[in-house]
Design a protein around this ligand. Structure first.
Ligand code: GCO
Length: 449
C-alpha cells in the first residue's frame, strides 16, 4: 500500500446545486424557474417527479451544514437560485431569498466551512424564458443585475465564486436536444445561448472586479472524455466536432477570445450572432478553471447523429464498467482532460469542481450503504489527479459530487450520487461508507492505493 500525498493547501470539498436539493419552490417569494415548468410538463422527467421538496434543504439547512461539519469537510460548493433572488428575473430583489443564502454562508463560516458559490446552475427564471431565455441577448443584462445583487450581499464573506456551471449543458441540452429545461430543439438557439452564457460570464467577472471584491472567480466546464470509436477518418472527424462543441467552444472563447473556426464552418447558418467587443468581454482573465469530469464516450460518425453527425456510446476502461447513469468509467480520462487544458490553454489554475458517480446503493435495514464501488471510483480518479499534478498540471482542489443524493434532473430521484443517503420519505440523512472514506482523505490530505 502506498500513500499518495497532495500538496499543502490542497482544497477538499463537497458540492450540490440549488434546484437539486432545496425544495420549497413556492416559498418566501421564490419565483417560477424553467425547471419548475419543465418538471410539470408531461414526459419530460423519466419518473414524472418534481423537485418541489427535493432534499428539503431549504428547511433543514442548519442540520445539513452541521452534518458537513461533523465530517470535517472544509469546503462546500453550493449554487444560488436566481428565482429566489429575483422572482421575475428582473427588478427588485426578494429579501427572503437573499436572507437564506446569507444565513447559509454564516452558518458555514461558523462551522469553519468555506463557501464556494455558483451563480448559475441551470435554473433560469421562467419569465426570462418567456422572452427567449438564453437565446435572447437581454438575459445577459438581467444576469448582470442578478450577479451584482448576490455579490453585494455575500461578497464580504464568500471568497470563491463560479459564474456558470457547465454552460454546454445549459445551452445544448436545454436548447438543442431538449433533454433539459427549457426543452427546446433548435441548434441556432443553442449556439446563441452558448454565446450569451459566455457573455454573461464575462459581464459578471467584470462586475466582480469593478466591485473590488476579494477572492477568486472562474467558469466551470464539463469536460467529458472523448475517444474515436475507430481509426477511420470519419470517426476521428466526428470526435473532433463533438470535442469542439463541448470543449473548444468554451475554452477557446475564455482563454483566446475566439471560437473554433472549423466547427463554425461546419455548422454554417447555426453560428451565433456576435457583436463587436463581445469576445474581449468573454476572454477577460479569470482566476481559475473549474473542471467537472465523470466519464468517457466513444464517438462514431453517424449520418443520423444530429448536427454533428456523431453517435456517442459509453466507453469503459479495461476492468471498469458503467455507472447507474450508464456512463462509462475511465479514470485515465480525468488525467487526459487535465493535461489537455494545461497544454492548450496556458496551464491555468484548476479545481476539479465535480467528480462522482451514481451507483446501485442498496441500503441495509438502517439505511446504511456500504458503497465500496463509489469509493473505488473516487479513489481511482483522485489517483489520476495526483498523477496529473506530478505531470505539472496546476490542480489546487477537488470537490466531489455530491454531498447528498438529490434530484438528478430529467432522471428524477433514480440515480443517487451522494456521500450521504437521503430517504425521500422521511428526509433522513444517512452517511454512506464513502462519507467516512472521504473524511479520511480530507484529514490525511492523501489517498492510499
Ligand atoms: C452536472 C451537474 C450536476 C449533476 C451531476 C450528475 O455536472 O451535470 O453539475 O447537477 O447532477 O453532474 O449528473
Amino acid at each position: 500500500m502506498t500513500n499518495l500525498h497532495f500538496p499543502n493547501g490542497f482544497i477538499w470539498g463537497v458540492a450540490a446545486s440549488a434546484y437539486q436539493i432545496e425544495g420549497a419552490c413556492n416559498e418566501d417569494g421564490r419565483g417560477e424557474s424553467i425547471w419548475d415548468r419543465f418538471t410539470k410538463t408531461p414526459y419530460r422527467i423519466t419518473t414524472g417527479e418534481t423537485a418541489e421538496r427535493a432534499c428539503d434543504h431549504y428547511h433543514r439547512m442548519p442540520d445539513d451544514v452541521a452534518l458537513m461539519n461533523e465530517f470535517g469537510y472544509p469546503y462546500y460548493r453550493f449554487a444560488v437560485s436566481w428565482s429566489r433572488i429575483m422572482p421575475d428575473g428582473a427588478g427588485n430583489a426578494n429579501k427572503s431569498g437573499l436572507d437564506f443564502y446569507d444565513r447559509l454562508v454564516d452558518e458555514m463560516l461558523k462551522a469553519g466551512i468555506q463557501p464556494k458559490t455558483t451563480l448559475y446552475h441551470w435554473d433560469l427564471p421562467q419569465t426570462l424564458q418567456d422572452k427567449g431565455g438564453w437565446a435572447n441577448r437581454e438575459t445577459v443584462d438581467r444576469f448582470a443585475e442578478y450577479a451584482s445583487r448576490v455579490f453585494e450581499r455575500l461578497g464580504d464573506r464568500v471568497r470563491f465564486w463560479s459564474t456558470h456551471n457547465e454552460p454546454w449543458v445549459a445551452a445544448f441540452l436545454g436548447y438543442a436536444t431538449g433533454l433539459h429545461a427549457p426543452g427546446i430543439c433548435d441548434y441556432s438557439q443553442a449556439y446563441q445561448a452558448a454565446h450569451h452564457l459566455l457573455l454573461a460570464h464575462g459581464r459578471s467577472v467584470q462586475i466582480f472586479r469593478q466591485g473590488g471584491y476579494k477572492g477568486e472567480i472562474g467558469l466551470i466546464l464539463n469536460l467529458n472524455g472523448l475517444i474515436p470509436a475507430s481509426s477511420s477518418q470519419a470517426d476521428i472527424d466526428a470526435t473532433q466536432r463533438v470535442h469542439d462543441e463541448t470543449h473548444a467552444l468554451f475554452l477557446d472563447a475564455i482563454y483566446k477570445g475566439t471560437y473554433p473556426r472549423k466547427l463554425f464552418d461546419f455548422i454554417g447558418s447555426h453560428q451565433p450572432k456576435i457583436k463587436s467587443g463581445d469576445m474581449e468581454l468573454i476572454a477577460q482573465p479569470t482566476d481559475y478553471l473549474g473542471l467537472n469530469y465523470y466519464n468517457t464516450d466513444h464517438v462514431a460518425y453517424d449520418v443520423f447523429g444530429g448536427l454533428n453527425k456523431a453517435r456517442i456510446t459509453p466507453y469503459s476502461a479495461p476492468g471498469w464498467g458503467r455507472t447507474e447513469m450508464n456512463w462509462g468509467i475511465d479514470p485515465d480520462g480525468i488525467k487526459r482532460e487535465l493535461i489537455y487544458v494545461k497544454e492548450n490553454y496556458g496551464s491555468p489554475k484548476i479545481y476539479i469542481t465535480e467528480n462522482g458517480c451514481a451507483m446501485p446503493d442498496i441500503p441495509d435495514a438502517k439505511g446504511f450503504v456500504a458503497d465500496w464501488d463509489r469509493i473505488n471510483y473516487l479513489r481511482a480518479h483522485i489517483h489520476k489527479i495526483h498523477e496529473a499534478i506530478q505531470a505539472g498540471v496546476d490542480v489546487r482542489g477537488y470537490f466531489t459530487w455530491s454531498i447528498f443524493d438529490n434530484f438528478e434532473w430529467e432522471r428524477g430521484y433514480g440515480p443517487r450520487f451522494g456521500l450521504v443517503r437521503v430517504d425521500y420519505e422521511t428526509m433522513e440523512r444517512v452517511p454512506k461508507q464513502s462519507a467516512y472514506w472521504f473524511r479520511e482523505v480530507v484529514q490525511q490530505n492523501s489517498i492510499t492505493i
